[in-house]
Design a protein. Structure first.
Lengths: 108, 113
């Protein structure tokens, strides 16, 4: 069992839909990251969370430390949101452990 | 402020040849990471530096991979000799001691033919 598990692995949505990507982890963490990766591109950090909820534009990230679970929400999705979304947790020291990513495709 | 800079962006080499990747982290960031990312998978840590010291290299295949971070700033990752299975994206990231957020470079996409 991976330390970080994401669901779903693949997600296809229509433009305008509300999207949720989930991340569960099995270790104690100091921080959780949500990252975005476009094809052929590098990784962009969307959020870093240690508790509660953060919002940036149409993106919302929440974390429940007790349940070891985080969600990334996209409101009013757009085709340009199509990318791989990766959850990563920072446990002991500075090591980041990554989930396998969720491939999101938003169709016009 | 410039982000993490990696070069080259793309590299195609024949198997058994050597290859090197370069990373310039964000200024002032003491922690530098090299990750390998295979298609459709999340990144996997190869090596982590705190300043010039490699503090976590347990996942680095030391028979063919090597890395250095002279003066605790720029870093190079080398593969010699490259194998077909080394084809992947190699990502560099850096973070400050004072913050836990890591910033990533654009990656180097290696294709071994």
């Amino acid at each position: 069992k991976n330390e970080v598990e994401q669901s779903p692995q693949n997600l296809t949505a229509q433009e305008g839909e509300f999207i949720t990507i989930n991340c569960s982890y099995s270790v104690g963490i100091s921080a959780l990251h949500w990252l975005q990766q476009h094809p052929g591109g590098g990784i962009v950090s969307l959020f870093m969370l240690s508790s509660g909820k953060k919002k940036h534009g149409r993106l919302i990230a929440t974390i429940n430390i007790q349940e070891k679970h985080s969600s990334l929400h996209i409101t009013a999705s757009h085709p340009r949101d199509s990318a791989v979304y990766i959850c990563a947790v920072k446990a002991s020291g500075s090591r980041l452990t990554f989930g396998e990513g969720t491939q999101l495709t938003v169709n016009p | 402020e410039a982000g993490v800079v990696q070069s080259p962006r793309y590299k195609i080499i024949e198997k058994k040849q050597p290859v090197a990747f370069w990373c310039n982290p964000i200024s002032g960031h003491n922690t530098l990471y090299w990750y390998l990312q295979n298609l459709g998978q999340g990144p996997e840590l190869l090596i982590r530096y705190e300043n010039e010291e490699a503090v976590d290299d347990s996942q680095l295949p030391k028979d063919r991979f090597s890395a250095e971070r002279l003066k605790g700033v720029d870093s190079t990752l080398k593969i010699q000799p490259a194998e077909l299975g080394d084809s992947a994206v190699y990502l560099c990231a850096s973070s400050s001691d004072r913050h836990t957020e890591a910033f990533f470079g654009q990656g180097t996409r290696l294709t071994v033919v």
